[in-house]
Design a protein around this ligand. Structure first.
Ligand SMILES: *Cc1c(COP(=O)(O)O)cnc(C)c1O
Length: 350
């Protein structure tokens, strides 16, 4: 081994879902099947390339302003980044700086473990119960911080806001991050609690409900003090994270509330219909409130089914991991895409 090896910051990286270049039915990474708000297309078409000579606004002001207005919070309560992965990673770096372990569920977004590894943050996982629910009492102990998604991924289960609040209230000596990547499909956001609890950060994304995964926009909402700490870390890392297109398109998407709500309605309707179809085929599905469904079949091996689907150009997600290896995570696509998926299943199971 070369002696420089021991000085290298080694890390077990996150493995993103496949992004095939050929045309497939893509139900594997929870993207939105509908286009972004029409105003976003207009901005892209009218973009003057000359603007790229200049550095963007380091404060992402236009986007921050639109988000602050949408949520009814101060502009000093919003932080933006390059996808919520960037925002979450900045949060780990800034707030999880204790010798005590941070806590998150055993079955959850697999990036949490990766950031903990990268930043050398000790962590412990709290097991979901037999129904894949978060057990809130498991988080009522000494720790260096808490993070969980609501709804959780890949289960899709939404934890009622009262439970979320209990976790926040029982952890007032540390920072609690609620990762709400899917909350718009689900129910009430914890954003309404940021003025009540000074230890809370809520993180959201444009990648799922707002159909802009390719644009890379995420944000955090909290109190002005924690947002300032986040900005201090950001400006110590890279001041110009958001490019001018992301700032303009993001702000435009937020301003078009009607289009957003119509999109949510279509996805949740298709989700509920797809759950019924899956049950009809003998699957058991968790009661997902997100834009994906976590399902298992008593007779068909999930790994085999995953492969058979892929051969037909239908991509879903499967993890060969403890407790969930017999489950598939199926993103809710358009009604037409889901019909193709179900046609395949009906033939496969005959
Ligand atoms: C998709 C996802 C993210 C990351 O989304 P970005 O595309 O980086 O904004 C974060 N957390 C969870 C739970 C997700 O599913």
């Amino acid at each position: 081994m070369k002696s420089f090896e021991k000085n290298i910051r080694k890390v077990e990286p996150y493995v993103p879902g496949e992004q095939p270049r050929q045309k497939v039915i893509k139900l594997n990474t929870n993207e939105n099947p509908y286009p972004p708000a029409p105003g976003v297309k207009k901005i892209l078409e009218n973009m003057d390339a000359d603007r790229l000579r200049l550095y963007p606004d380091p404060t992402s002001g236009e986007l921050i302003k639109a988000l602050a207005k949408y949520y009814g919070v101060g502009e000093d309560q919003v932080f933006a980044g390059v996808g919520s992965d960037d925002v979450l990673s900045m949060c780990f770096l800034t707030f999880f700086n204790s010798e005590k372990p941070i806590l998150f569920p055993d079955i959850t977004y697999s990036f949490y473990k990766v950031w903990a590894g990268l930043y050398r943050i000790p962590y412990e996982c709290c097991a979901l119960d037999g129904n894949f629910r978060i057990v809130k009492e498991d988080y009522y102990r000494e720790n260096g911080g808490v993070i969980f998604p609501n709804p959780n991924a890949p289960t899709g289960l939404y934890q009622e806001l009262g439970d979320v609040e209990d976790i926040i209230r029982n952890n007032q000596d540390v920072i609690v991050i609620v990762d709400e990547a899917y909350v718009d499909f689900a129910g009430k956001s914890a954003v309404g609690l940021v003025d009540k609890y000074d230890n809370l950060i809520v993180v959201q994304t444009f990648s799922k409900a707002r159909s802009m995964a390719g644009m890379r926009i995420g944000y955090a909402i909290s109190n002005p003090l924690l947002i300032r700490y986040l900005n201090d870390a950001k400006y110590s890392f890279n001041s110009y994270t958001m490019n001018p297109l992301s700032i303009a398109c993001g702000a435009e998407a937020v301003r078009d509330r009607a289009y957003f709500e119509e999109g949510l309605r279509k996805i949740t309707e298709t989700r509920e219909w797809a759950k019924e179809q899956l049950s009809g085929l003998g699957f058991s599905c968790l009661d997902s409130k997100a834009n994906f469904i976590f399902a298992t079949h008593p007779q068909y091996d999930a790994g085999e089914l995953f492969k058979a689907l892929k051969e037909k150009g239908i991509y879903v997600r499967h993890w060969d991991a403890e407790r969930i290896s017999q489950y598939l995570r199926i993103t809710v696509g358009t009604r037409e895409e889901m019909e193709i998926f179900f046609d395949f299943l009906r033939r496969y199971m005959k």
